[in-house]
Design a binder for this molecule. Structure first.
Ligand code: ATP
Ligand code: MG
Length: 421
């Protein structure tokens, strides 16, 4: 073999793709029910978009991006997430000039240079939604309820919604001051990453996964206890809307998105069934981001959901996926004349939307029936010289074993009736 797939990448082989189709169709259906339209943006963007959009002090930008120079010397980056591109598109295509709010959903490949492990890949996919142009807390909960409905539709119940508020630039500035005063005497006991975040982005220190840092910070003052009136009221309303639609949640003050353009609501859906990589979906408000990217001041909120992590959760819980539909009809052929004739019948059936197949390996009749079973054919017919001469064939239902004689010339009509189309 010339080479293997690159580290941290995974193929979706034909036997598995029906699972993807299934969750993609549920996702699309739910989003459309909520009044969202699909948006598609390119796989790569100018690097500075992500430096701004994701934030220069984040792990994603500092360590994980696939960045390269193109042949024109431009710095290009493969999308590490979905939101930045969509904000760019919202501004560039002046979507803010249309009817508001703008409600979009997406399904995109993402690329991050990370250490691959279960639920963590270098090339993965995200489902997501974004809403622009409304600061109403009802939108925050609408967005959460989309993810919730998707989980519910897929049969995933054991997933916990964690919510928090990260405040706004005004109350966060005051809080950062209090937090830094608390952290200052502990700095020498915290890891290098925490130290590097102290000046630029102290809120993210609370997000450190290092157990000894967590221990040091367990009594740290929390943003949620220092919200201004506006942010406090917004957070209370979010809870009220969640209660109104009976979605359970826990308040988790450790969920942070510590950049100036992230505001108010932050949330995660965490599965307790797939171990360390349990966050299947993360999202929040970013009321400052559209302006940061060069658009007019516009409120925004969204989430990103890891599709591979979602699949992993479903599989680890043995949640069934609906089996793919077998092929409608397989034509067993005997002899050369029948082979040519079947080829033409096959083409007609396929054009009518009936899925049909025949043998391409010169198999015996017995082997053709075996193959028909293997590809899960619902019906079979046998065509040989005799059938062609007499215009009579036997239509066999492979599931029930029932068979009956029909005219070859009325095959499509009879089949359509059997299939209820
Ligand atoms: P984590 O803490 O797991 O690194 P994150 O905070 O980097 O997650 P986000 O940037 O919020 O994740 O991305 C949203 C979702 O995308 C995550 O909740 C997760 O389900 C998925 N995701 C993120 N990185 C990866 C990856 N490398 N491989 C697979 N899925 C991922
Ligand atoms: Mg990450």
């Amino acid at each position: 073999m010339l080479t293997k797939g690159a580290k941290g990448t995974k193929d979706v082989i034909p036997e598995e793709s029906y699972k993807w189709h299934y969750i993609e169709s549920i996702y699309k259906e739910v989003c459309e029910n909520f009044g969202y339209k699909e948006i598609r943006t390119p796989v790569f963007e100018h690097t500075n978009l992500f430096e701004r959009g994701v934030g220069e002090t984040t792990d994603v930008v500092q360590k994980e991006m696939y960045t390269f120079k193109d042949k024109g010397g431009r710095s290009i980056t493969l999308k590490p997430e979905g939101t930045s591109s969509i904000v760019r598109s919202f501004v560039e295509n002046k979507l803010y000039g249309g009817v508001q709010p703008t409600k979009v959903f997406y399904n995109t490949p993402c690329f991050r240079y990370e250490r691959p492990q279960a639920g963590r890949l270098r090339a993965f996919h995200q489902f997501g939604v974004e809403v622009f142009g409304s600061d109403s807390p009802s939108v925050d909960v609408e967005v959460m309820s989309i993810a919730y409905t998707v989980f519910e539709r897929l049969g995933l119940n054991n997933i916990e919604l964690n919510i928090n508020s990260v405040g706004c630039p005004k109350c966060r500035a005051e809080y950062n001051h209090i937090l830094k005063e608390y952290i200052a005497p502990k700095l020498d006991k915290l890891c290098n990453t925490c130290n590097s975040r102290y000046e630029k982005n102290p809120l993210r220190i609370l997000d450190c996964k290092n157990p000894s840092c967590q221990e040091e910070l367990k009594d740290a003052p929390l943003m949620i206890d220092h919200l201004c009136d506006d942010c406090r009221e917004h957070f209370d309303k979010v809870k009220e809307y969640l209660d109104a639609i009976e979605i359970d949640y826990i308040i988790n003050p450790k969920i942070v998105r510590g950049l100036d353009y992230y505001t108010k609501t932050a949330f995660e859906f965490i599965s307790k069934d797939i171990g360390a990589q349990g966050t299947v979906c993360g999202g929040g408000r970013y009321n400052g981001l559209v302006k940061e990217i060069g658009g007019p001041e516009t409120a925004g909120i969204g989430f990103g959901m890891g599709v591979e992590r979602l699949l992993l959760t479903l599989e680890s819980l043995n949640i069934p996926f609906p089996e793919p539909r077998g092929i409608d009809i397989f034509i067993v052929t005997i002899g050369e004349r029948a082979d040519i004739e079947s080829f033409s019948i096959l083409y007609k059936l396929r054009k009518l939307g009936i899925s049909a197949d025949k043998d391409h390996l010169n198999r015996s009749i017995r082997a053709q029936f075996k193959y028909a079973n293997k590809i899960d054919a619902n019906f079979t017919i046998v065509i040989g010289d005799d059938e062609l001469d007499r215009d009579v064939i036997t239509l066999k239902n492979m599931k029930t074993g029932d068979q009956r004689e029909i005219k070859l010339s009325s095959l499509t009509k009879e089949l359509k009736q059997e299939l209820g189309r």
